[in-house]
Ligand binder design. Structure first.
Ligand code: AP5
Length: 217
């Protein structure tokens, strides 16, 4: 049983690393951003509520986000642990997650902060293409798909996220600095924070991440 949180600014590589880690560990990845985008695609009330916040690059209110993740966490595939990607994003979300896990006799075992410079974040967000069906991510330069415009894994169309415009990218980074960066302190105090160098290539970052997981068990 293992519960892991991936922390990092927008474009740091949380989704990319969580997906690779999921192939190695027998636990699912829970991405709050993917859950919101799926709700939006399905046109549910949750998706419609989230849309205006996401379009601006702001955080969706804690209450809505926590309820959505709590529902996901209650599903059977999460019983042996989860890789949290993009959640928690505020101290209130982290405290809610701690409470939720403790009712299940669990706790966050490892929080990994993926450190990347602002210049690299903007380069990565600017070249990102995302698959329509399952959110697999590619990069024009650093991780290109084999057939242009088509996801290697499920054959679906690739698109650029609406919140990847230059203005929204900057807003998301600012929101991260204001509201999410303080979370590092939350996990540091618990003695479970590990920092890794996210400037390396994708597989080198994954190597460091797996080493951190091995050391924490
Ligand atoms: P979300 O979907 O979580 O977006 P994000 O945090 O902004 O993170 P990203 O998905 O942009 O980046 P990433 O770190 O996963 O990087 P990736 O692996 O894709 O959130 C979107 C919105 O939803 C929020 O703005 C908010 O409105 C709402 N939301 C979500 N969660 C919320 C919450 N908990 N509370 C409130 N609101 C919430 O990589 C980026 C690119 O770089 C890719 O192209 C990739 O191929 C490339 N790349 C990755 N790693 C490397 C590497 N090492 N070298 C070279 N290229 C790399």
């Amino acid at each position: 049983m293992m519960d892991i949180v991936l922390l990092g600014a927008p474009g740091a590589g949380k989704g990319t690393q969580a997906e690779l880690l999921r192939e190695w560990l027998p636990i699912p990845r829970v991405s709050s951003g993917d859950l919101f985008r799926a709700a939006l695609e399905a046109g549910t009330p949750l998706g419609l509520k989230a849309k205006s916040y996401m379009d601006r690059g702001d955080l969706v209110p804690d209450q809505i986000t926590i309820e959505m993740v709590a529902d996901r966490l209650a599903r059977p595939d999460c019983k042996d642990g989860v890789i949290f990607d993009g959640f928690p994003r505020t101290v209130a979300q982290a405290q809610a997650l701690d409470r939720l896990l403790s009712t299940m006799g669990r706790q966050i075992d490892l929080a990994v902060y993926i450190r990347v410079s602002e210049q690299t974040l903007l380069e990565r967000l600017g070249g990102r293409w995302t698959c329509r069906a399952h959110g697999h991510v590619y990069h024009r330069l650093y991780n290109p798909e084999q057939v242009p415009g088509i996801c290697d894994i499920d054959g679906s169309e690739l698109y650029q996220r609406e919140d990847d415009t230059p203005e929204t990218q900057l807003r998301r980074i600012q929101v991260y600095l204001d509201q999410t960066a303080p979370l590092r302190e939350h996990y540091l105090k618990k003695g479970i924070l590990v920092e890794i160098d996210g400037e390396q290539d994708i597989m080198a970052v994954q190597g460091d991440l797996r080493a951190a997981v091995r050391q924490s068990v």
